[in-house]
Ligand binder design. Structure first.
Ligand code: TUI
Length: 316
């Protein structure tokens, strides 16, 4: 095994590859497969109550004894009970999304839980470092789901130049080229969501996975800008209806009512027309559903090939 970096040492994993903590999609099965393959598997708590996530943690623990994380979606009504659950189950690492995890940091630290928040801006990265998080995931607007405004290419080097803790790049990464690009910008790891949805072990409905395989470059569109909760999802009848409502200046409640429950509809029921098929812009680059181990090994081998080519052909 080759030597690691700060992130692989912090998380005790083989490859600096983290799986996105996607609500409904990031189950115990998917997370266990990623951890077993040498990355960091992440169970997405989404808006689920603690008893549901406890079962996912148990499922994962039956399949692997490698490190894993739980992602806490900070807009969830169940955040407090998920925080208690993480501590009770001795989950070693937490990632957070869709908000500022500040008020929970002390409890995590006291209990030896490593915390890695997703940050969409330099200001939030700086604030997170000051309150003592272990690393940050800098997520560009190319990502799927709830997003910020700054592109990965611009965001990563700015955050790398601002904080001393390790920076993990997310948004628009699905292969060895993206991996190398992230490292070129100063990241010490990558997080991928959409790529892991299109995996054999992902328990999302086949129709959802196939929608990613079929997506073209302009299909991952943003809805909900007017509500202050912009979400990137694949263009379908739901996104068209939402667009019309937003153009008409419909009430926030009406838009949110339509969007609520949309993710479950797509992931669990396979309704890719009326449901919210959250995916990043990189969906169009993903051409096949393959096992998690292959996704990771192919990515690492492609990255190694790029490095070799640079050394041999570019005289570097
Ligand atoms: O959280 C995500 N992606 C998500 S969460 C989600 S569930 C949901 N569905 C509909 C509406 C809202 C949520 C689906 N996809 N990614 C990480 C992420 N975090 N992206 C952006 C942020 C973020 C935004 C603002 C993190 C912190 C933040 O801070 C604002 C503040 O309070 O300072």
């Amino acid at each position: 095994m080759k030597g690691g970096n700060r992130l692989t040492e912090l998380l005790k994993i083989r490859y600096p590859i983290i799986q996105g903590g996607m609500a409904w999609v990031a189950t115990g099965e998917l997370a266990a497969a990623v951890s077993e393959a040498g990355g960091l598997g992440v169970i997405g708590a989404g808006s689920a109550p603690a008893d549901v996530i406890r079962k996912e943690i148990q499922k994962l623990k039956e399949r692997t004894d490698k490190p894993f994380a739980v992602n806490i979606m900070l807009l969830s009504p169940f955040v407090d009970e998920i925080v208690d659950l993480v501590i009770e189950e001795r989950v070693p690492i937490v990632t957070t999304g869709a908000g500022n995890p500040g008020k929970y940091i002390e409890r995590f630290k006291e209990n030896g839980v490593k915390v890695i928040p997703v940050v969409p801006t330099v200001a939030l990265a700086k604030r997170m470092e000051r309150i003592g998080v272990d690393a940050v995931i800098a997520e560009g607007t190319e990502a799927g789901g709830h997003i910020g405004e700054i592109a990965t290419m611009a965001l990563i080097p700015q955050i790398v130049d601002t904080v001393k803790i390790p920076v993990i790049a997310a948004g628009g990464i699905a292969d060895g080229r993206g991996f190398i690009a992230a490292f070129a910008l100063g990241a010490e790891g990558v997080q991928m969501g959409t790529r892991f949805v299109a995996s054999t072990e992902c328990t999302a409905h086949e129709a959802y996975k196939n929608a990613i395989i079929k997506a073209g470059d302009r299909d991952a569109v943003v809805t909900g800008r007017s509500t202050g909760h912009p979400v990137r999802n694949l263009r379908n009848s739901l996104t068209r209806t939402l667009d019309e409502l937003e153009k008409k200046g419909a009430a926030r409640e009406e838009i949110e009512k339509l969007a609520a429950g949309g993710l479950r509809k797509a992931v669990v029921d396979g309704d890719i027309n009326e449901g919210s098929v959250m995916a990043g812009q990189i969906a169009a680059l993903i051409k096949e559903i393959k096992p998690v181990r292959e996704i990771i090994e192919d990515m690492v081998n492609e990255a190694a090939g790029i490095l070799k080519k640079l050394q041999e052909e570019a005289g570097i």
